[in-house]
Design a protein around this ligand. Structure first.
Ligand SMILES: C[S@@+](CC[C@H](N)C(=O)[O-])C[C@H]1O[C@@H](n2cnc3c(N)ncnc32)[C@H](O)[C@@H]1O
Length: 213
C-alpha cells in the first residue's frame, strides 16, 4: 500500500513504524468503504488501526477486507473525490478538532476510539461530551467497538483499553446528553488469539444527541 501524497492519510503500517505516535491517525478501510458508497464526508476524528494487515484484533476482519481490494488506483481516486478533508483530532480535548472549528455535523462515526482514548469512566463521559460538541442537536452518534477488553497487541506493543460493558456505555451516554436509539451486542465466539486481544464481545449502538452537554 502506498501513502497518498498531499493528504494526512497514513497507512496502519506506517503508524506501526512510528514510536509512540502522539496523535491519532486515520486508517484507510473506513473511508474506503464510505467512498464506495459515494458519501461525501469529512474525516474528522481519526479512524486509526495499529493492527498490521493480517494480524487479527479488534479491527482484524476489516483490515483483511481492505487487503483483499485489488483496484487500489480506482479506490484511491474515489476516496479523494469523496473525502472533503482529513483532520487530526483528539476526543480528550473540549474541541476535539482544535484549532479547527467545523459546523456541527449530522452524524459522527466512531470505531474503537473511545475505549482506546479513555482511561476511566469520567474520561469516557468527558470524551462523549467533547464529541457531542461536533454534533447538531438531534444528530446521530454511531459507534462500534469491543466489550470487556483491557488490551490489544500490535507486534510486541501492548495498547490498553477501557473495559466497557453495555451498562457503562448506556450510563455514559445518558449522562452526556445522548439517548440510546439502538444497542446491539454479541459475545465473542472463539478464544482464538485471546493473547492478542482479550475482548469478550462486540457492541454497536446508535445514539441521538438530545441536549447540549
Ligand atoms: C483500536 S484502534 C481503532 C482504530 C480503528 N478505528 C479500527 O477500528 O481499527 C484505537 C484508535 O484510537 C485512537 N485514539 C487513541 N487516543 C485517542 C484520542 N485521545 N482521540 C482520538 N483517537 C484516539 C488511536 O490512534 C487508535 O488508532
Amino acid at each position: 500500500m502506498t501513502s497518498l501524497p498531499g493528504s494526512e492519510i497514513v497507512t496502519p503500517l506506517q503508524e506501526c513504524a512510528q514510536e509512540a505516535p502522539r496523535r491519532p491517525v486515520p486508517a484507510l478501510f473506513m473511508p474506503l468503504t464510505r467512498a464506495s458508497a459515494s458519501i461525501e464526508a469529512t474525516l474528522a476524528i481519526a479512524f486509526s488501526a495499529e493492527e498490521p494487515e493480517g494480524v487479527p484484533g479488534p479491527g482484524g476482519r476489516t483490515v483483511e477486507l481492505v487487503a483483499a481490494v485489488d483496484k487500489w488506483a480506482e479506490k484511491e481516486a474515489k476516496l479523494r473525490r469523496t473525502l472533503k478533508q482529513v483532520l487530526d483530532g483528539d476526543v480528550l480535548w473540549s474541541n476535539p478538532l482544535e484549532p479547527v472549528t467545523l459546523p456541527q455535523a449530522d452524524c459522527l462515526l466512531d470505531v474503537e476510539c473511545l475505549e482506546a482514548a479513555c482511561k476511566d469512566l469520567s474520561a469516557l463521559r468527558a470524551a462523549l461530551k467533547n464529541i457531542s460538541s461536533l454534533l447538531k442537536l438531534g444528530g446521530t452518534l454511531v459507534s462500534a467497538g469491543v466489550l470487556g477488553c483491557s488490551f490489544y497487541m500490535v507486534g510486541p506493543r501492548k495498547f490498553s483499553f477501557l473495559v466497557l460493558t453495555e451498562e457503562i456505555l448506556r450510563d455514559a451516554l445518558n449522562t452526556s446528553g445522548f439517548a440510546v436509539v439502538e444497542f446491539q451486542s454479541e459475545p465473542r465466539f472463539t478464544k482464538n488469539m485471546f493473547n492478542l486481544c482479550d475482548y469478550s464481545g462486540k457492541y454497536f449502538f446508535i445514539a441521538r444527541k438530545e441536549k447540549e452537554a
